[in-house]
Ligand binder design. Structure first.
Ligand SMILES: Nc1ncnc2c1ncn2[C@@H]1O[C@H](COP(=O)(O)OP(=O)(O)OP(=O)(O)O)[C@@H](O)[C@H]1O
Ligand SMILES: [Mg+2]
Length: 226
C-alpha cells in the first residue's frame, strides 16, 4: 500500500440551525493530495479547517462537492460503508488525545481493533511494534494519567496507525504541546508517514509544523487562499 490519494472537489459546507442565518463555512474548496504525500492545512480560527478534515474523514457530509479517496466518492457511500472507510482507511489524531483513562497504553492502542474480526494476536503484535516505534515500549502497562502530554500524543499516533490506514488525518495534534514536544511529535509523524506509507493531512496553527509538511494550503473565508 502506498497511502491514499485524495481529491477534494468544490466542497461547500453550510451549517443551518445553529443561528438565525445559515452559516456558509466552506465555499468551494478544491485540491489534490498524492498518495504518500504530507499536506498541512492552515488558516485563522473559525475558517473551516476542522470542518474540512471531518468531511474528508467521513465524519461529516459536505453540502455540495465531492471527496474522492483512491477514486471512490466517500460522500456517496451509505452509512455502513462510511463506517467501514473510517475503520479501515483512516486514522485520526486530535488535539486532545482521547485516550480512555481506565485502559492501559497498550489496550488504548488496540481500541481501533475492537470491531475487527481478524486474528487478535496479529493486532497485539502490531500494537507492540508501534509502541516501540513511538519510543514508549516501557510504558505498555501504564495508564494515560501516568504519562506526559507529549507521551499521550505519541500513544495517539500509534493508535491511529494500528489498522494500517492509508490516510492519517490530524487536527492540531501539537496544539496542547510545548515547542519542543511539538517538534518531536511532528518528526515522529513524518517518520511514521514514510515508514507506514500513509498520506498525511494535518491541520495546524503552527508555522513550524506547517513548514515541515511537503505541501501546504491555507483557508481564508472558506476558500483556499493564493
Ligand atoms: N456543527 C456545527 N454547527 C454549526 N456551526 C458549526 C458547527 N461546526 C462548526 N461550526 C462553525 O463553523 C465555523 C468553522 O469551524 P471549524 O471548527 O471548522 O473552524 P477551524 O478552522 O477548525 O477553527 P479552529 O482553528 O479554532 O479550530 C465556525 O464558525 C464554527 O462556529
Ligand atoms: Mg479546528
Amino acid at each position: 500500500m502506498n497511502g491514499a490519494s485524495v481529491s477534494v472537489s468544490k466542497i461547500e459546507k453550510v451549517f443551518s440551525g445553529a443561528g438565525p442565518q445559515p452559516l456558509k463555512v466552506l465555499r468551494g474548496i478544491s485540491f489534490e493530495v498524492q498518495a504518500g504525500e504530507s499536506l498541512s492545512v492552515t488558516g485563522p480560527s473559525g475558517s473551516g479547517k476542522s470542518t474540512l478534515l471531518h468531511i474528508i474523514g467521513a465524519l461529516d457530509y459536505p453540502t455540495a462537492g465531492s471527496v474522492l479517496i483512491d477514486g471512490r466518492d466517500i460522500s456517496a457511500l451509505d452509512e455502513s460503508s462510511r463506517v467501514e472507510f473510517r475503520n479501515r482507511k483512516a486514522g485520526f489524531i486530535f488535539q486532545s488525545h482521547y485516550l480512555l483513562p481506565q485502559l492501559t497504553v497498550i489496550d488504548n492502542i488496540l481500541v481501533p481493533a475492537w470491531n475487527s474480526r481478524r486474528d487478535c494476536e496479529e493486532h497485539i503484535e502490531r500494537a507492540y511494534l508501534l509502541l516501540r516505534r513511538v519510543g514508549l515500549s516501557a510504558f505498555a502497562k501504564r495508564l494515560p494519567g501516568q504519562l506526559s502530554g507529549g507521551e499521550r500524543q505519541r500513544v495517539a499516533v500509534a493508535r491511529a496507525l494500528l489498522m494500517r490506514p492509508a490516510l492519517v488525518l490530524a487536527d492540531e495534534p501539537t496544539g496542547a504541546l510545548d515547542r519542543e514536544n511539538a517538534a518531536a511529535l511532528i518528526e515522529l509523524m513524518l517518520e511514521m508517514n514514510c515508514m507506514e506509507k500513509t498520506t498525511l493531512l494535518m491541520v495546524t496553527h503552527s508555522e513550524y509544523c506547517a513548514e515541515k509538511m511537503e505541501r501546504r494550503i491555507e483557508i481564508l473565508d472558506g476558500m483556499i487562499s493564493g
